[in-house]
Design a protein around this ligand. Structure first.
Ligand code: PLP
Ligand code: ZN
Length: 399
């Protein structure tokens, strides 16, 4: 078990063997990983999970790595779901929860994608990987790549938070700073990878990162006793985690572990880079390139997502929604949540918190709903966004 049946193109339906490395389909679309769910259903029951390891690898049968010895893990996943009682009371949403991905290795949920992607790269005999990053993916792939003994090359915008530049360096990756956006870094990497024989692991250019992020949905379902919440808010950059959760719930429904109802998936973006929100409300099937992308939530600064059509499909199929919040609102939400709940979260996660009152006023989330916000990373990686006044005192002077 733990064996993908095939790679399938969601655009032209071509099939590929998972025994060899693949990037995009010949039609240019990302590939998705399919499993023999009937076989998984015969081999595994929800109750079998109770004694398993507290990591995302507890769902081994629904993950793509075939042999245990190829697993590259730092203990990622199985993060807590915490009730937000004080914030929920303030907002009139008494059934509010947060899944806190800030506890993952390297401080963000990118660890899930990197653990799956690096493990599968190792299994397929790949020696060098290269990727553009908005910051956190580079750190995660550098860490897991180091543990696997892979050569890792990451290219990121020169104004990526310093923590992200330094963490990738610390893990021994080759770090290239680009005076442009992640899309410019992506073009550089694609060209250099083709010449150098590096495997291009840019978002959705290899099929396994999404499998790692899929475990978010599997965990949410299990943590809610196979009755997932009515609404899930997700801070979307490329939208990989959202696509992953959508696939997770589909696979769990096919297994009969959850019912037919799906959580309504809501994508939250920053006003300075909201291509998916714009496309959702325009009724479009894909999102055009967003010019001049800018936001302090650096993980959301993705002007063009390869999987935009999948994100938009997931939002519509689940009766979901898309909304943008301002940088001022998300930074304020970050401070409010830290002071109210003891959770200092990343600005991307804080965008979902900032969206809550807007969604409540729109009726997208209702007081009776169980609402889960996904915090994708730790505030510790964004110290430059904290404001407030220190008090300064002279030693020996009276208080
Ligand atoms: C990458 C990232 C996101 C967005 O994830 P996508 O899969 O690109 O949508 C959100 N938050 C943080 C902290 C990130 O690093
Ligand atoms: Zn195709």
């Amino acid at each position: 078990m733990g064996e993908p049946a095939e790679l399938r193109c969601p655009t032209c339906d071509r099939r590929f063997s998972p025994a060899a490395p693949h990037n995009l389909c010949v039609c240019g679309s990302p590939l998705l990983v399919d499993y023999d769910l009937a076989a998984v259903g015969r081999a595994l029951r929800p109750s079998d999970l109770r004694d398993r390891e507290p990591s995302m690898w507890r769902y081994w049968e629904l993950l793509p790595v075939i042999r245990r010895e190829h697993l590259v893990t730092l203990g990622e996943g199985w993060t807590p779901v915490l009730p937000l009682a004080r914030l929920g009371e303030r907002l009139g949403l008494p059934r509010l929860f947060m899944k806190d991905e800030g506890l993952n290795p390297t401080g963000t949920f990118k660890a899930r994608g990197a653990a799956a992607g690096v493990s599968k790269a190792k299994e397929l005999g790949i020696r060098a990987v290269a990727m553009p990053t908005a910051g956190n993916a580079g750190g995660a792939w550098a860490a897991y790549g180091a543990r696997a003994g892979l050569e890792v090359v990451v290219a990121m915008p020169a104004d990526t938070p310093e923590v992200n530049q330094r963490e990738a360096l610390a893990y021994g990756a080759r770090v290239v700073l680009v005076d442009g956006l992640i899309s410019d870094a992506g073009r550089l990497i694609a060209e250099a990878a083709a010449r150098s024989g590096w495997f291009d692991v840019a978002t959705l250019r290899e099929p396994y990162r999404i499998e790692g992020k899929k475990t978010l949905g599997l965990e949410i379902a299990e943590q809610f006793a196979w009755d997932p919440p009515e609404v899930i808010l997700y801070p979307a950059g490329g939208g990989v985690g959202l696509i992953g959760m959508w696939r997770a719930f589909d696979q769990l429904a096919a297994l009969g572990w959850i019912g037919e109802r799906r959580p309504r998936l809501v994508a939250v973006q920053a006003e300075g880079c909201a291509p998916l929100v714009q496309a959702f409300h325009a009724g479009a099937a894909t999102a055009p390139f967003w010019e001049g992308a800018q936001t302090v939530a650096s993980g959301l600064r993705v002007p063009k997502a390869l999987g935009d059509f999948l994100v938009l499909r997931a939002l519509r199929e689940t009766d979901g929604y898309a909304i943008a919040v301002s940088d001022a609102a998300l930074v304020q939400a970050m401070h409010e949540l830290a002071a109210l709940e003891g959770l200092w979260i990343c600005p991307e996660g804080a965008a979902t918190v900032a969206a809550l009152p807007l969604l409540r006023d729109l009726g997208v989330v209702r007081p009776e709903d169980r609402v889960l916000v996904l915090n994708t990373g730790s505030g510790l990686k964004y110290p430059h966004l904290v404001h407030g006044e220190y008090e300064v005192r002279q030693v020996g002077s009276p208080w």
